[in-house]
Design a protein around this ligand. Structure first.
Ligand SMILES: *Cc1c(COP(=O)(O)O)cnc(C)c1O
Length: 422
């Protein structure tokens, strides 16, 4: 008989880096909540990711994970380009990191967006449908421009392979990419000479989010096999295959990061085995930036309610929506504050676990459930939520309830050390 599953353990409190810790303590109450981004840690992480990738594999950053200009700039030396998924991102990224290669993705690109991408000289279009390809062809003809194309396909993958992924975009009925049944017809319109301004570079497939390195490699192997067969059938060269992002991030186990080294080794093997050895490209978002962002706040009030303890913190899921959308507990660290300036007793939880909620008038405004705080959590204590560097502020519903916006601080020894290089 299998033993009953163990109850889920609360996220291990991660150790905030010293600069983040200092700032989270020293900011005035009125300056909280605040997003603190550790740009040095981000650069170091991206450098290590890049170093784990073999020759022939390019790294793009998916800007939608966190498009703050400081984040995009910090990644400059460590990525080969940026993946953008809307006209807004396109304009923003082109302005923040001018001159860098951009790949334009996303379903439902409008003719205006495509036209501005052509004007901005976007390097690659990830085309989502036969119609979109026709629009692109017409606009290149009208403007006398050219475009390089990767066709995004929603490939079927081995049954069960995407099972357990946090978010599946493909491998099943979905509005993303071109159905494999249409692949031959669509590719023919690129190879029959009728659209001389479009150049077929290869295939794009972003099928799921939250896959371990091993699963990513299995999916990539099947994408490469399929793509090579497609190109062979049409007698065209397969120059590039973009195998997407979606590298796993585990909010319940912050220490268990994606195995970039195993992934890099596996990609080298896959490329070696693929006819014509196409250039491979990956475009992670979350796994690049999530660890370098922190959301710092303080406990405003503490309640004991029907047998459970709650702490209400300044801010909430209108700033950090991630735990609400993903249904997890955001890992956090408590920074006890000794001072209590008031003459009345300080609200305090008992020794048991406490649920951390925000200021919104909805039961959904929960940042972390059942957090163990030995010794109790008090009004005025500070809390630092970790793993808030991706899909956090920029996916949140800021205007709901009209609370003030958080502060933003970008920490770097490069810029804060007196006399240091900018
Ligand atoms: C969102 C997205 C990514 C990045 O996904 P992550 O899970 O953040 O790594 C990459 N490519 C495409 C096409 C996407 O839509």
């Amino acid at each position: 008989m299998t033993p009953p599953p163990a109850p889920p353990s609360p996220p291990a409190p991660p150790l905030p880096p010293p600069g983040v810790h200092r700032l989270a303590r020293s900011l005035e109450s009125g300056a909280l909540p605040a997003y603190l981004y550790d740009l040095d840690a981000l650069r170091e992480h991206a450098r290590a990711v890049r170093a784990a990738l073999p020759d022939g594999v390019e790294l793009y950053y998916a800007a939608k994970a966190n498009p703050e200009p400081e984040i995009l700039t910090a990644l400059l030396d460590h990525v080969d380009g940026y993946e953008v998924s809307s006209g807004g991102e396109l304009a923003h990224v082109a302005h923040a990191v001018p001159g860098r290669p951009l790949a334009f993705s996303g379903p439902g690109k409008t003719p205006d967006e495509i036209a501005s991408a052509l004007r901005l000289g976007v390097a690659r279009f990830h085309v989502e449908s036969a119609h979109e390809l026709a629009v692109l062809a017409a606009l290149t003809a009208r403007t006398g421009t050219r475009a390089q194309v990767l066709l995004r396909f929603n490939l079927a993958v081995e049954d069960g392979l995407l099972h357990g992924s946090a978010l599946a975009m493909g491998g099943r009925p979905a509005p993303f990419g071109i159905d494999p049944a249409e692949a031959d017809a669509v590719l023919r319109t690129l190879t029959d000479g009728s659209r001389p301004r479009l150049e077929f570079l290869g295939v794009h497939a972003h099928l799921a989010s939250g896959l371990t390195a091993e699963r990513q490699l299995t999916v990539a192997a099947s994408v490469l096999r399929w793509s090579a067969a497609l190109a062979a059938r049409h007698g065209v060269e397969l120059r590039e295959v973009n195998i997407g992002g979606g590298m796993a991030v585990d909010y319940a186990r912050p220490d268990e990061t994606f195995d970039w080294r195993a992934y890099g080794r596996g990609l080298a093997r896959l490329r070696e085995d693929c006819p014509g050895r196409p250039l491979l490209r990956i475009e992670p978002g979350r796994a690049l930036t999530v660890y370098s962002g922190w959301y710092a706040t303080e406990v405003l009030d503490v309640k004991h309610s029907h047998g459970e303890d709650f702490a209400v913190v300044r801010g909430g899921t209108h700033h950090l929506r991630t735990p609400a959308t993903k249904g997890h507990d955001q890992p956090c660290a408590v920074l006890p504050v000794a001072d209590w300036p008031h003459p009345w007793p300080r609200p305090k939880t008992a020794d048991g676990p406490v649920t951390l909620v925000g200021q919104l008038c909805t039961p959904k405004d929960v940042l972390a459930r059942s957090v163990p705080v030995p010794g109790g959590l008090r009004a005025g204590d500070r809390v630092l939520f970790a793993m808030a560097g991706a899909y956090a502020w920029n996916i949140s519903h800021h205007d709901f309830l009209m609370h003030p916006r958080p502060g933003f601080h970008f920490l770097s020894d490069r810029t804060t050390r007196p006399g240091g290089a900018p």
